[in-house]
Design a protein around this ligand. Structure first.
Ligand SMILES: NC(=O)c1ccc[n+]([C@@H]2O[C@H](COP(=O)([O-])OP(=O)(O)OC[C@H]3O[C@@H](n4cnc5c(N)ncnc54)[C@H](O)[C@@H]3O)[C@@H](O)[C@H]2O)c1
Length: 165
């Protein structure tokens, strides 16, 4: 099969997972735009554009992409208990803003980094995608809401995509 380079926007690009995703996508030949509200710890590979943006309220790039990999979030169960409102703004409002961006720009693919925490502590492992959700923390609830946001804002306006838990 022929390789087709894609233009990909990676949010949360300065974080633990985003750093690796950006480098991998670039290494295999995709055109990557990295987005975060803090700069990367190490220089980005040559050719990767960096767009500084707070997803809660900042200006998103004025261009279309083939895909958005949405990793930007406040992560972690325990800190979310002390900052539920901050988590809601970043993980739910921020995600809805990204989804709305995809709708306006006609981005065909949206990938959300969700979390296994949406299943709750009593889920038999390995958890199945169709296992009932039982979010037991603000973090889990915001991760579930982000996914539901995709479905809720979804057909017919939202791009196809999925929430990786
Ligand atoms: N690391 C894990 O084990 C794990 C497990 C399940 C899900 N996830 C999810 O994967 C994603 C990435 O996780 P991670 O471990 O790399 O987290 P991380 O905290 O290392 O990275 C998150 C990035 O998002 C950015 N960010 C936060 N708020 C922002 C805002 N308002 N605007 C723009 N950027 C903002 C941060 O600056 C950071 O660079 C998150 O969505 C997280 O919920 C991670």
């Amino acid at each position: 099969m022929d390789f087709k380079p894609l233009s990909v926007l990676v949010t949360g690009s300065s974080g633990f997972i985003g750093t690796h995703v950006v480098r991998h996508l670039h290494a295999v030949g995709h055109r990557v735009t990295a987005l975060d509200h803090i700069p990367p710890k190490d220089p980005l590979p040559e050719g990767v554009a960096f767009h500084v943006c707070d997803i809660r309220q900042g200006l998103l790039p004025n261009q279309c992409f083939d895909a958005v990999d949405h990793l930007a979030a406040l992560a972690g169960v325990r800190p979310s208990i002390h900052d539920p409102i901050g988590y809601e703004f970043t993980n739910v409002i921020g995600t809805i803003r990204l989804l709305d961006f995809c709708r306006r720009m006609e981005v065909p693919t949206f990938i959300l980094a969700s979390s296994s925490s949406v299943y709750g502590p009593d889920t038999p492992l390995p958890a199945r995608e169709d296992h009932p959700a039982n979010p037991c923390s603000p973090y889990a609830l915001t991760k579930l809401s982000g996914g539901v946001g995709r479905d809720g804002l979804g057909a017919p306006t939202c791009p196809p995509g999925w929430a990786a838990r």
